[in-house]
Structure formats: C-alpha cells, structure tokens
Design a protein around this ligand. Structure first.
Ligand code: CA
Length: 489
C-alpha cells in the first residue's frame, strides 16, 4: 500500500480511538532535535532529498512553513529554545557562554516538566555539547564518540546505522520509551547530523549520485547592494563544481541517515502504542547554507537558509494529518505550546506565544514575527545583527543600521536576491519593520569580539616592542645635548 495512504489510515485510526478528555493532562512529549538541519526535506518541497520518515511525520501531524531559530549557531539557539527566552534575555550570544549563566533560577524546558511530575530523559545533543550537563534531566545518555576524524568534511562509512552516533541515540531513545511507557515522559533525542563532519553509512551517499545534484542557480551579482557584514568570510570546502556537488550530496546523505533514525523512533512509538498519547516535535537548532548568496556554506548569517528551521508537530487528537501552517513561529514558542498541550500552567518569564490555536486551525489569524540575532565578530569589534521576518518581509539591520540594512520581499524574491532597503519607495516599510523589531527585541549587548581582541593585542604588542626598541637605542646612543654653541665648534 502506498505510504501516504497507510499514513492517512493510521492517522484516522488514531483519531477515531482517541479520548481527548482522558489524555489532556498527561500527554507525553518526544522532542527530536537535529543539528544544522535546514528545510531540504521532501515534505518541504526538495526534489532531491529523500526523507520518507520525516515526510510521514509531516503527513501525520502539522508542518510549519515559516519556523525560525533565534540564533544561527548551536549554543545561543538551544539556550533560547530550552529557556523559552530570546538571546537578548539569555545573553548567550556565542558558543562559549554557559546557557544559564544569566538565568540561574530559571527552569529550562525539561526541568519544568520534571517539576510537574514528568520523567525526563535525553539522548545525544540537546543543549550545546559542552553544556549538555548544565540542563538537568532525570536520565542522560551520550552516544559513543564518533571515531571518524573531525578533520574530514565528509565520509561514507561501512558502519551499520546502529554503530553511528545518531543510530545509537535513536535506539537508546526507543529503549527509554519502552522502559518509561507507563509514566508521563518528556524524552528528547538529539541527533548530531547533518552537522559537520558529514559522516554517514555509504548506503545514504549512494542515494545521491553527483550528476543529480544541482548547484545554486542565482544571479552572478547576488551580493550587490548587500552590506559586507551580512556574509561569512569563509566559503565552502570546494575548489570545483564537482567538489561543491560532493559537499551538498554529503549533506543530503546525512539528512537521509537521520531521517532513517526518525523512522526508528516512529516505529518504536507505534509498536509501543504510544502515538495516541505522545506529542512529537521535530526541529533543528538552525539552518544551513549550501552555496547560496555567492557561495555561503554552513550557518552564521541572517539569511533565510540559515535562520529558518524545519518544524513538524504531531499532537494527538489535535493536528489534522498533513496540514501545513503558513504562520510565523519561533523557537521560543515551543515551550509555552508544549506546556499548554500537556495541561501545564504557563511559567512566568517565557517570551514566546503558544501556537495551539494554529494546531487546531493552521490559517487562524496570527500576528507574529520572528526575530533572529547574530553577532559578527570583526577586527572593528562585534557587530550585532538583528533580523525580523514576517510572512512577507525580512528586514535585517547591523549595529542598529549603522553597518547596513537589508529588506527582502519574500513574495517577489523568496531567495533574498534583491536588497530593497535603500530604495526610497520602501522607506516607510523599513521604518515599520525597524520599529516592530525593536519593540520585540532591543538590540542585545555584545562583548568585545575575539577578532578585535587579537587585533588590539597585536597593536599593543607592536607599540610595546616599538617603545622597547626606542628605549634601548636611547640607552646605547644617548641623545647629544642640544647646545648650539657646541655644535658650532
Ligand atoms: Ca547547530
């Protein structure tokens, strides 16, 4: 039977047998977090990527077309998602600041569920790696460290799925589901891929022959009129079109690999008869560039490919199978939404908005924008960028606009090729979006950039060396007294 039909029938069976009143208070949660996964998924319209299991989840639940990360690198993004607070509040703006350094008394997402009697467990990366232990869970498991060198960009292994880190995590998460199936649980499975290095079993690479991989098709002058600070300085790990195709194919292979691990989780939930009482949330910490905007690679920009994330939610008895929601959602919205779906009170201090009305009616009225922040470290110092995304527009400003502004019309220009911010006819639109951006998110304060520290210390070192040289010269050759009469003799 066709997979879509099977999925639809499965959803109907669940809906028919579901007792909403009985389950409202004690729904379980399975959070599936990928690392650096953009929206190159078949259910998001990718023609190349094979993601049958994530597509199945989207067919069962609701897919959010416009979901956004708050910060396009791991630690600040995960700190925002887990605390339910924006980067300006967490003050976590890099990968080195502990996620709760400035939020010592705040219950993060799993801790809040623990306080309400849930069993909480994670497998793999949920908080940023070095800080995984800074968020408390009843049980935590880390996969064995990947034996493959982090120096490779990509590698097709001869391993079985179970012997890869994410293969371990999926299977361990199913064990946890099984062991704790009778308790209310909040279980999180964090996958390492498709973060670099792009390592997966060979069979997933075989899905992507290089001649089937298109390269970004965009105007040659795509960077014209865009402030330099919008771009990362490093390009992709390729010197030719073939190498670029290889890098993209490896990224796709890792997507298909974690997709198979999502399939392990879904099969586990079905086998254990947990689908009817478990909310599933699948997302990623941020997106990933695959050569767009003149060769961008990885993340660390405020363009759509880097800020946007996949978000699929299955909420038993509520989501209509295969629904697509066009409204704007941010990661801070997940905490209040999942709490509400589980019948828990909304904790104080959360900065997001529960989107349960959209789970019932995906086109319901909804006036929300998404804010993504990025601090670009330069020799000139840290330059704070903030970007606001509405259903039609993206407006980005760097250092309050002093280092440049960007405006993209997503109806006419969905790939953000034409910066309209300097055009007179968009002056009012820029002002409107700028005002709205600052109402939601005053510009966060960033410390001194590493690049600026290095630059300053080099300058200081040079000044000290110069001073020593001058001092020694003066000691060796003391200046001749200025005596005009002597000099005449
Ligand atoms: Ca990441």
């Amino acid at each position: 039977m066709d997979r879509t039909i099977r999925t639809a029938l499965f959803g109907l069976v669940l809906l028919a047998g579901f007792d909403l009143a009985a389950a409202t208070n004690r729904l379980n949660v399975l959070l599936i977090m990928a690392d650096d996964l953009n929206t190159r998924l078949a259910c998001y319209g990718s023609k190349e990527v094979k993601s049958p299991n994530i597509d199945e989840l989207a067919q069962l639940g609701m897919r959010f077309e416009h979901a956004y990360s708050h910060y396009p690198i791991c630690n600040p993004s995960r700190a925002a998602l887990l605390s339910g607070r924006r980067p300006g509040t967490t003050r976590v703006l890099d990968n080195n600041t502990p996620p709760r350094k400035y939020l010592p008394g705040v219950a993060f997402l799993p801790e809040y569920f623990h306080e309400h009697g849930y069993f909480t467990a994670r497998v793999g990366k949920i908080a940023h790696g070095p800080f995984n232990s800074h968020v408390r869970w009843d049980a935590s498991f880390d996969p064995p460290r990947d034996q493959n060198s982090s120096r490779v960009t990509w590698l097709a292994t001869t391993n079985d799925d179970a012997n890869e880190s994410d293969g371990f995590s999926a299977r361990k998460a199913v064990q946890l589901l099984e062991t704790n199936r009778d308790k209310p649980f909040f279980i999180a499975a964090g996958f390492d891929k498709p973060h670099l290095p792009l390592v997966a079993p060979k069979k997933y690479f075989d899905l992507y022959p290089l001649d089937t991989i298109p390269l970004p098709d965009e105007p040659k002058n795509v960077r014209k009129g865009v402030p330099w600070v919008a771009f990362t300085s490093r390009g992709g790990p390729w010197n030719s079109a073939t190498e670029e195709r290889q890098a993209i194919a490896a990224y796709y292979a890792c997507i298909s690999f974690i997709d198979a691990q999502v399939g392990i989780l879904l099969d586990g939930l079905k086998r254990l008869d947990l689908m009817g009482r478990t909310i599933i949330v699948l997302t990623s910490d941020h997106g990933f560039h695959l050569g767009e905007h003149g060769g961008l690679w990885r993340k660390s920009t405020l363009f759509e490919e880097s800020a946007r994330v996949p978000l699929i939610v299955w909420s038993p008895g509520i989501t209509n199978g295969g629904a697509v929601c066009p409204r704007i959602i941010e990661h801070v919205d997940l905490f209040p939404t999942v709490a509400e779906l589980c019948g828990l009170p909304r904790p104080a201090g959360l900065e997001g908005q529960s989107f349960t009305p959209l789970l019932n009616e995906p086109s319901a009225a909804w006036d929300k924008a998404a804010i993504t922040v990025f601090v670009r470290g330069t020799v000139l110092g840290n330059i704070v960028g903030q970007s606001i995304r509405t259903e039609q527009w993206r407006y980005t400003e760097w250092d309050l606009g002093r280092r440049g502004t960007e405006l993209y019309d997503h109806v006419a220009d969905p790939r953000e090729w034409t910066n309209l911010a300097q055009r007179a006819e968009y002056k009012a639109r820029v002002q409107e979006l700028k005002t709205r951006l600052h109402e939601i998110s005053p510009q966060p304060k960033a410390g001194i950039s590493t690049a600026a520290k290095v630059y300053t210390s080099v300058l200081v070192s040079l000044a000290v060396i110069a001073a020593i040289v001058v001092f020694r010269r003066r000691q060796t050759n003391p200046p001749i007294a200025s005596d005009r009469s002597d000099s005449r003799n």
